[in-house]
Design a protein around this ligand. Structure first.
Ligand code: KIV
Length: 261
């Protein structure tokens, strides 16, 4: 059954929540009804579009992929990631989030950033846009921070992340993704707020987990972050199947009598 914001909030302290990314209808259909929510992450700019970071993802791209995911996952709560530069201030964020809501059937949007984004989150929520926050390691800061930097390594930073989470909760977000932090930080953040904390590389002591589908199925084989559990070796399965197909074509084994009109 499709989750609602109410059922997601109720899960806190009762059961762990599962989120997965998807970028197309084909995979979204496979994930439908199996997870609590699907995130159309701007990570698609890397694993789908082949770019080196998420920064050049556009709103049009996110709308296109969100529509595809919503078409495939009719029974799952879908979140559209707002790409870099589309929520720099309340007016811009509202214009772009309203466009996402009007042009897709996404149930919520996600934006990166802590306390400094709280006033934007409040304005979005006040205008009936459901918001997921995202704190810790922020992929959209890849260039400004010179790479992906793990957070929550000392008490001062943990306190700052807690202040971020509290500000986002106070602003009206119903859930927060916490990425790339030490487990102690993930735990402290989850204990500090009443909304679910969904971790990615944030340890086990949070309210749920999210993984990027192409990482967990081993399709993105250039780099495997430490926190990823690879459930299948997708890249090798596909490479092996393509080699078999080529061999079948060349050896006149494909198509056979049953594979012809
Ligand atoms: O873009 C994405 O896939 C994300 C996840 C890493 C949480 O934001």
């Amino acid at each position: 059954m499709k989750q609602t914001i109410g059922s997601i909030l109720k899960a806190k302290n009762n059961r762990k929540l599962t989120m997965i990314t998807a970028y197309d209808a084909l995979f979204a259909r496979l994930f439908d009804d199996q997870v609590d929510f699907i995130l159309v992450g701007d990570s698609l700019n890397m694993s789908f579009a082949g770019k080196k970071d998420t920064i050049s993802a556009t709103l049009e791209q996110m709308i296109y992929h969100t529509n595809a995911v919503c078409a495939g996952a009719k029974n799952t709560f879908v979140i559209c990631d707002m790409p870099f530069g589309t929520y720099t201030d309340s007016k811009t964020a509202l214009k772009n989030a309203i466009k996402v809501f009007r042009e897709t059937s996404a149930d919520a949007i996600k934006i990166e950033g802590g306390k400094q984004k709280a006033h934007i989150i409040k304005d979005l929520v006040d205008n009936s846009i459901a918001v997921v926050g995202h704190i810790g390691l922020l992929p959209q800061n890849f260039r400004s921070e010179g790479g992906y930097k793990v957070k929550g390594k000392d008490d001062a930073n943990i306190q700052s992340l807690i202040a971020d989470a509290k500000a986002i909760e106070e602003a009206g977000a119903f859930c927060i993704v916490v990425e790339g932090v030490k487990e102690e930080a993930g735990e402290a953040i989850a204990k500090s707020v009443n909304i679910p904390i969904i971790g990615i590389g944030a340890g086990a002591k949070v309210d749920g987990q999210v993984l990027v589908w192409s990482d967990m199925f081993g399709f993105f084989d250039e780099f495997k972050p430490k926190f990823v559990r690879q459930y299948i070796d997708g890249a090798n399965l596909v490479k092996k199947a393509v080699a078999e197909y080529k061999n079948d074509v060349e050896s006149l084994n494909f198509p056979n009598e049953n594979e012809k009109y």
